[in-house]
Design a protein around this ligand. Sequence first.
Ligand code: AMP
Length: 376
Amino acid sequence: MIQPGSWLGILGGGQLGRMFTQAAQSMGYRVAVLDPDPSSPGGRISDKHLVTEYDNLRGLKELARVSSAVTTEFENVPADSLRTLSDLLPVSPQADAVEVAQDRIREKTFLSKNGFRVAPYAVFNDLNDVANLSKSLVFPGLLKVSRFGYDGKGQLLIKDLTELISGFKNLGRVPCVFEEFLSLTAEVSVIVARDERGDTAVFPVSENRHRNGILDITIAPARIPLSILSEAKQEALALGDALRYKGILCVEFFVLDGGALVINEIAPRPHNSGHYTIDACSVSQFEQQVRVTSGLPLINPRQHSSAVMVNLLGDSWDNGEPDWNSILKDDRIRLHLYGKDEARPGRKMGHLTIVDPDLDQALNLSRQIKTLLGKQ
Ligand code: AMP
């Protein structure tokens, strides 16, 4: 076990790295962040910020020298960097699991092989594949780049073969998956913490609503039947076992008409849909990440209040700062800003969590807040 007071390292200093750093520091750890951006949200508040690329050997060695264990906040960190680090100190999650999560083709192959349901899909590596598979495709569908897509980026809605061919070209002819467009009743996610011993702790299932491909609000607990909630939790835990996972794992599900669950994607890290845990649960997803990283015991999260998390996008800064005075009058609202200098459209600047014992009241307030936030 790595005692509080020791140093923990993290690859990535975005908002997830920042909230990990805050959780670790409040437990007495010191945190080294490796992120190439000198003003990264996590780097700014860290005890040591290593400003290097993620594959810079000197930077990685320095991170290993100062830290007692290392984790990551994003899936696009080069798996080889995690491998290099794991020769030197404990690393979670492990490179093999991150490699699966960072590539949609690998991810879907792994999930299908291990008996998890995914949306029907086809893999395209080049235009020949598109031509060869065209007869078996069902339209409409979504064409998604296999790597480096996020928040709906690198993704196109396709209604026929002509659009598929032009879409594949527009996405740069990179490896893609083409997924059947499913009719969804809800989107939910489950966050699991799993440690080296295989001990697990699972957070309440949350319900996620997206706008323009970006998470807009999270409602917790999810308003879906109990049987589906428990099936989602069981699947997420089974997936953690299948990956022999160590760390925080988020599993995003589609709930289809009729109640069947399909895994959309997985994230090998804390997730935007788990931010509500900071204010509404006995332990947050970030504290749980600190616990896995340092070998402390996991605790079973208990949700002490219903919650709605509202993402704050840069669009709300179009006419200057949002009206915090009006928004923060209500004592059910907790504000989290990530310390980003520049507000750009679609950029995640922070989030608000509304906590209320009555979920409907929290939802009502979230609607009022969204009006105050203006277009976003
Ligand atoms: P993703 O980046 O894959 O999580 O996709 C972003 C959002 O697009 C999802 O949260 C869904 O709202 C929607 N979406 C993605 N794939 C599908 C699909 N196969 N069928 C219906 N909606 C989808």
